[in-house]
Design a protein around this ligand. Structure first.
Ligand code: FE
Length: 207
């Protein structure tokens, strides 16, 4: 749904209470007993946040850029199109794809908690879950985007999409200039996690 139409809190209550606290407590115990190395944990989290995690989404975007039929199917029913690529799973049952165009830039937030399309993007980055991002993405999206290094032309509209347990969003960024002729694998390399949340743009191919 678009912002300003927030559903009830229960729409987000797909996790037990205080999961972060419980995870922190477990981590504390494991570290104290010398069973895990905090640096190794950070490395694993980084891997899921930045490397393994968002790669499925990147392949979806690359295919949408290359295959007009797939793009149309994705925009019509993303859950179905994505399931067809084998990327289904928890927190990814209901997904909508929103496409950036010359006129419109899309950005995704979960104003109540941290709903996020896990099977496509992995686990959400810390800032996505922060009170600041959740409040400001709706109130002043252009300012937030500028802080992420995305400055949009004044005449480009910004649409903010508020995720819930019922509906997650993936942004299909605009295909970068200079990417003509690249195959899907090379295109997927240009698709960053943030470009699929809307807080970034895809990379441009290196010459
Ligand atoms: Fe949520």
């Amino acid at each position: 749904m678009e912002s300003s139409e927030n559903g009830p809190e229960s729409a987000h209550s797909h996790l037990p209470p205080d999961p972060e606290l419980r995870v922190k407590a477990l981590e504390e115990i494991l570290v104290r007993k010398g069973l895990v190395d905090p640096a190794a944990l950070d490395a694993i989290i980084d891997m899921y946040q930045n490397r393994v995690g968002p790669r499925n989404g990147a392949r979806v975007v690359a295919r949408a850029w290359s295959d007009p039929d797939f793009r149309n199917a994705l925009l019509a029913d993303a859950s179905d199109a994505i399931a067809g690529m084998g990327y289904a799973g928890r927190q990814g049952e209901h997904v909508t794809a929103v496409e950036n165009t010359r006129d419109t830039h899309n950005i995704v937030v979960c104003t109540l908690c941290s709903c996020y399309p896990w099977p496509l993007l992995g686990i959400p980055p810390g800032w996505y879950k922060s009170d600041e991002y959740r409040a400001r993405a709706v109130r002043e999206p252009r300012k937030v985007l500028a802080e992420f290094g995305v400055t949009l032309p004044k005449d480009k509209a910004v649409r903010v999409w508020d995720s819930t347990a019922e509906m997650r969003y993936i942004v299909i960024p605009e295909r970068p200039p200079g990417s003509t002729g690249l195959d899907q694998e090379a295109l997927a390399e240009l698709v960053t996690r943030d470009s699929m949340i809307g807080t970034g743009l895809p990379m441009e191919p290196q010459r």
